[in-house]
Write a protein that binds this ligand. Structure first.
Ligand code: ZN
Length: 225
């Protein structure tokens, strides 16, 4: 992975645990790192402000892109506050936190911005291990879109997904290896209810994050002893 030390990368960045881990991963592997944050009427407007604050701490440029079109495409509980958020995945469909087409749209926008800035590497924190099983977080989709982006823009983009095969506990481990465990634990915002760090504790995002953290901490404790 040191092959790209003289190249730049654009990180799709929300200021949550995953994309902040990706940001620091990218800072380690690329020359200049840029961040792109999407604003689309998330339940908590704090997300964008918090993302900007973390980008400032990491000393990387921060750009916000308006993506409100997302809320007009299909009903989802991330942008429609009148919908109650699914706590579990329904048997025959995706939870209503799934925003159809979101990652495809976001990666396409990111590629266009990368194109304009002569950046070849895109970094996204999607993962298919241990998550809600959204189809646009899967490795096959990302690879397929990577090919399509290259064809659409006549560039050789590389979409990096450092978290693809990591469980949440392993994402915490990566943060620790990158030396930003405390920063990610205390400064990132993953909670669907807009509460930083430990969060509200009962939304799906908090449960996943906190379960992974407990798992990682107990593994670490065990290895020590
Ligand atoms: Zn929460």
């Amino acid at each position: 992975m040191n092959d790209f030390a003289n190249e730049d990368a654009l990180v799709l960045f929300s200021g949550g645990q995953d994309s902040t881990t990706c940001l620091y991963w990218a800072k380690k592997h690329f020359r200049n790192v840029y961040t792109l944050c999407f604003f689309y009427g998330q339940r908590h407007s704090l997300e964008v402000e918090n993302a900007q604050r973390i980008a400032e701490m990491a000393q990387v440029p921060f750009q916000v892109l308006d993506a409100h079109i997302i809320s007009q495409l299909a009903p989802n509980s991330l942008t429609d506050l009148s919908l109650e958020m699914d706590k579990e995945k329904p048997a025959d469909s995706y939870p209503n936190t799934f925003v159809p087409g979101r990652n495809m749209l976001f990666l396409t926008c990111a590629a266009a911005i990368a194109y304009a800035n002569n950046i070849r590497h895109l970094v996204t924190g999607v993962s298919q291990a241990d998550y809600s099983g959204y189809p646009d977080c899967r490795d096959t989709f990302i690879r397929s879109l990577n090919v399509s982006l290259n064809l659409a823009m006549e560039r050789q983009f590389i979409v990096h997904t450092p978290l693809m095969w990591r469980t949440k506990a392993q994402v915490w481990q990566l943060a620790d290896e990158l030396g930003v465990f405390d920063l990610i634990r205390t400064e990132t915002l993953t909670c669907y209810n807009g509460i930083k760090a430990e969060g509200c504790g009962h939304c799906p995002a908090c449960k996943l994050r906190n379960k992974g953290l407990e798992e990682y901490l107990s593994l670490k404790e065990r290895d020590k002893g």
